[in-house]
Design a protein around this ligand. Structure first.
Ligand code: BJ8
Length: 423
């Protein structure tokens, strides 16, 4: 892996700890990714990004800052990237899926009853091993779950943390609240960056981020084919990288890959056996480098064809309506998109049941693995309703609760193997 010590030191990172963190990555990546047979050639770009995960893109962000452009990071798909882009800046998704920084986080956070995603995210800052944190002007939290909203108070001691109040229902009043929160966020970007967000730039930003959503939808559409032309692991990686790559470059490289995948479909070429069980993974996000569940499913002869997660369809399925001419209309449209995302933080959230049934049909799945990060109550509690609905449609489903460590790999392997044999 490329080393950029001067840049990392100038960002105030703990370079020794950072070396320790990255040291196992090449071996893990070789085992999980590079060892796959018949990978699409278009994955080369994404391999390159992983190989230089804390290099080129970080350098670009440093240059953005030197040019006076804002660099703002966030942890949730509700935060409107479009406003940061409209201010001429870069918006980065920071959510973390690594075990390494959890030890540091546990010095300050509860050990035994807190979601690993929250611990991992904060641990990256406490350990000073994430250049994306260090290059950010500020980070944006949201009041989605109890753990997250209290985490921002702790994170604010390390880096300025701006909190958006996300409503918990989709009533008219809730919609008005989120709209006012988007307006308040816009003002905060303007105040901190000294840039006025204008309607023309906002329209361009909405179009650009929608194009990113379109290309991800195109990628996912290829996964509806049988045989499927790309592994679930590769598709997951692409979505994970979408959170921080330069949007225009990401669109170009993913489009090239999609051309190749569509050619494969025409030629009837797939990466898994035609009788490989097709799996929909539904549930909590799998931020980089959380590849464990996909790897276990695909090592046991299954193939993941879709993710109903925020590192999957919840990230890109809802587009912002285009055509708003004034900022007021554009903010209405940004609000509209968010209100169509069915995260378990909302009550009621019956539309999520419909989403999962629809995806199971669209991707012609043989079974659903409901993935729950430990201690995530909202997603865990939705399992009952979702599993009932799936069973009524005769779609096999099982629930898996896990974290980012390897401690449960053996046990999960047995359960996944049994599930794939059963369906
Ligand atoms: S829109 S899923 S990214 S909040 S942190 S809720 S796993 S206990 S991440 Fe999320 Fe936005 Fe919703 Fe998506 Fe549970 Fe953990 Fe909370 Fe989590």
């Amino acid at each position: 892996m490329a080393k950029h010590y001067d840049m990392w030191e100038s960002l105030g990172m703990d370079v020794e700890k950072h070396d320790d963190f990255l040291e196992p990555l090449p071996e893990v990546y070789e085992e999980v990714y590079l060892s796959q047979d018949n990978r699409p050639a278009g994955m080369d770009y994404f391999d390159f990004v992983v190989d230089d995960i804390h290099g080129i893109r970080v350098k670009e962000l440093v240059e953005e800052k030197e040019a006076g452009n804002p660099v703002i990071s966030s942890f949730c798909v509700f935060v409107p990237d479009e406003l940061v882009t409209a201010a001429g800046g870069a918006s980065i998704g920071l959510c973390a899926g690594a075990q390494f920084p959890i030890e540091a986080a546990e010095q300050e956070l509860p050990n035994n009853d807190l979601c690993p995603l929250i611990k991992s995210s904060l641990g990256f800052k406490m350990d000073k091993i994430c250049p994306y944190f260090e290059v950010s002007d500020f980070v944006v939290g949201e009041t989605t779950c109890d753990g997250k909203k209290k985490a921002w108070e702790i994170l604010d001691e390390e880096i300025p943390t701006y909190v958006m109040e996300l409503p918990q229902t989709k009533s008219d009043a809730a919609r008005e609240l989120w709209k006012s929160e988007i307006n308040r966020f816009k003002e905060h970007i303007e105040e901190t960056s000294g840039r006025e967000i204008k309607a023309k730039k906002a329209a361009e930003a909405i179009e650009l981020i929608n194009k990113k959503r379109d290309v991800l939808q195109r990628l996912y559409d290829t996964r509806k084919a049988d045989p499927v032309p790309i592994s679930g692991k590769d598709a997951l990686l692409i979505t994970q990288l979408a959170f921080f790559d330069d949007p225009e470059r990401f669109i170009e490289k993913t489009s090239t890959l999609c051309d190749e995948l569509e050619n494969r479909i025409e030629a009837g070429e797939g990466i898994a056996d035609e009788d490989a069980p097709r799996i929909l993974v539904a549930g909590t996000p799998m931020p980089l480098p959380s590849w464990k569940i996909h790897n276990l499913i695909e090592s046991n002869g299954g193939v993941v064809v879709c993710e109903e997660t925020c590192t999957g369809t919840r990230y890109f399925e809802n587009k912002v309506p285009e055509g708003g001419e004034t900022l007021e209309e554009q903010i209405d449209n940004l609000t509209e998109r968010a209100m169509n995302i069915n995260c378990a933080c909302f009550t009621p959230n019956d539309d999520r049941v419909d989403d999962i049934l629809r995806l199971a049909e669209e991707y012609d799945v043989d079974g659903v693995i409901y993935y729950n990060l430990q201690f995530c109550q909202t997603y865990s509690m939705e399992y009952k309703k979702i599993s009932q609905a799936l069973k009524e449609e005769d779609i096999p489903v099982t629930q898996i609760e896990s974290d980012f460590s390897d401690s449960d790999t053996g046990q999960l392997n047995t359960r996944i193997e049994a599930f794939l044999e059963m369906i």
